[in-house]
Design a protein around this ligand. Structure first.
Ligand SMILES: NC(=O)c1ccc[n+]([C@@H]2O[C@H](COP(=O)([O-])OP(=O)(O)OC[C@H]3O[C@@H](n4cnc5c(N)ncnc54)[C@H](O)[C@@H]3O)[C@@H](O)[C@H]2O)c1
Length: 327
C-alpha cells in the first residue's frame, strides 16, 4: 500500500502520543480513520485537533474502548463498521500501550497483569476482532507497536521491566509469525512490527493514571509516606538508576508531589517527537518494511544486541550501544 488516500485505518490509543500523531497524519493524507482510547477526554482532544486539519469529506470516528477487554473490542469493531459505513478496513495500527508492572517479585499482581494485558492482549484481541474486516479488503496491513524492549528486555541498570518486556516480545513474535501466515493464507495482507526507542509522549503520565498510583499531584500523605519508605530501602545508585533523585527522601510531601509531576512531564522531552515517530512509521508501511525501528537510539541498540548477544544483559552494556551510536 504505497498511499493511504481513500483507505480506512483503525488506530488504537489515539488519545495522545504516537497514536494521536498517526491519526493526524493519516487524516491529512486523505485516509478515513477510526480511533479508540480508554481516556475519552484525550480522544476528544485528538478529534478536535485532527478534524481541523483533515481534508473535506474524510471521516474520523472516535470510540471509547479498553483494548484489553474482548467485549469492548468487539463493540469497537461493530461501531467502526457502523460509523465508517464499511464492511472492511485497510490498516490496523495496534498502538495502544502502557508502562508499569516492573518487577515480578515486588509489583502488585493486578498491576503486572494489567500492563501485560493491555500491551499483549490489546494487540491480539484487536487483530482477532478486526481480522474479518481486513480479510474483506482488497489490500490490508496490520502494524503492531512493540518496542526496543521487544528485543532487549531491559531499561538498563538494575531496573526490572518484566510485564512490559514480556508483552512486547510477544507482540514482536506474533507479528513476525503473521508474515508467513498471511503469505500463504491471506496474501493480500501484510504485517509490520514497530520498535520505537525513546519518543517524547505522555506514556509516563498515562501509566501512573491508568495502572499506577494515580496523578502524583493528588497523592495523599499516606501514599507519599509509603513511597518514601520504599525509596529508603534502596541504595543511592539504585535510585539514580531508576531516574529518581535521592534527595527526594528528605523532601516535604508537597515537594515530592511536585517532583513526581515534573518527572512525568519530563518524559515528553526525551528522544524524538511523536510526529517524527509517526512519519517514520508511515514511511515504513508505505515501503512495506516488515520491521520499523523508530529513532537512532533504537537502531544503535538493535545493532549492539545483534553484535554482542552474550553481553546484552550486562550492567555495562550501554558502552556497546554508545559505540554503535557513534558509528
Ligand atoms: N514513548 C516511548 O518512548 C515508547 C517507546 C517504545 C514503545 N512505545 C510504545 O508506543 C505505543 C504508543 O505509546 P506512546 O509513547 O505514544 O504513549 P501515550 O501514553 O502517549 O499513548 C498511548 C495511548 O494508549 C492509550 N491506552 C492505554 N491503555 C489503553 C487501553 N487499555 N485501551 C485503549 N487505549 C489505551 C493511552 O490512553 C494513550 O492515549 C505504546 O504501545 C508504547 O508501549 C513507546
Amino acid at each position: 500500500m504505497t498511499e493511504f488516500a481513500g483507505r480506512i485505518a483503525v488506530v488504537t490509543g489515539g488519545g495522545t502520543g504516537m497514536g494521536r500523531a498517526l491519526v493526524r497524519q493519516l487524516l491529512a493524507e486523505g485516509c478515513h480513520v477510526a480511533t479508540c482510547d480508554v481516556v475519552e477526554e484525550n480522544l476528544q482532544e485528538t478529534a478536535r485537533i485532527a478534524r481541523n486539519e483533515a481534508p473535506q469529506g474524510i471521516r474520523l470516528s472516535t470510540h471509547q474502548c479498553d483494548v484489553a477487554s474482548e467485549d469492548e473490542v468487539s463493540r469497537f469493531a461493530s461501531e467502526v463498521a457502523r460509523d465508517q459505513k464499511t464492511d472492511h478496513i485497510n490498516l490496523l495500527f495496534n498502538n495502544a500501550g502502557i508502562g508499569g508492572g516492573g518487577s515480578l517479585v515486588n509489583a502488585e499482581r493486578s498491576e503486572w497483569e494489567r500492563t501485560f494485558n493491555i500491551n499483549w492482549n490489546g494487540v491480539y484481541l484487536c487483530t482477532r476482532n478486526f481480522l474479518p474486516m481486513l480479510l474483506a479488503s482488497d489490500e490490508g496491513h496490520i502494524i503492531n507497536t512493540s518496542s526496543v524492549n521487544g528485543f532487549r528486555a531491559s531499561l538498563g541498570g538494575n531496573i526490572p521491566h518484566t510485564a512490559y518486556s514480556a508483552a512486547k516480545f510477544a507482540v514482536k513474535g506474533f507479528t513476525e509469525a503473521l508474515i508467513n501466515d498471511f503469505r500463504f493464507n491471506a496474501p493480500h495482507l501484510k504485517a509490520t512490527v514497530v520498535m520505537p526507542g525513546g519518543v517524547g509522549t505522555d506514556i509516563a503520565r498515562n501509566t501512573s493514571r491508568l495502572v499506577g498510583g494515580g496523578d502524583p499531584a493528588t497523592w495523599s500523605d499516606v501514599v507519599v509516606n509509603e513511597m518514601r519508605s520504599q525509596w529508603q530501602k534502596r541504595s543511592t545508585e539504585h535510585l539514580q538508576a531508576l531516574n529518581i533523585n535521592p534527595a527526594l527522601i528528605d523532601m516535604t510531601n508537597d515537594e515530592v508531589r511536585a517532583y513526581m509531576v515534573e518527572r512525568e512531564d519530563a518524559y515528553r522531552e526525551i528522544g524524538i517527537t511523536p510526529d517524527a515517530a509517526a512519519d517514520i512509521i508511515l514511511n515504513g508501511v508505505r515501503n512495506n518494511h516488515w520491521r520499523i525501528l523508530v529513532g537512532k537510539d533504537a537502531e544503535a541498540l538493535d545493532r549492539a544486541v545483534r553484535k554482542h548477544p552474550h553481553q546484552t544483559y550486562d550492567l555495562d552494556f550501554n558502552k556497546y550501544v554508545k559505540a554503535e551510536w557513534q558509528d
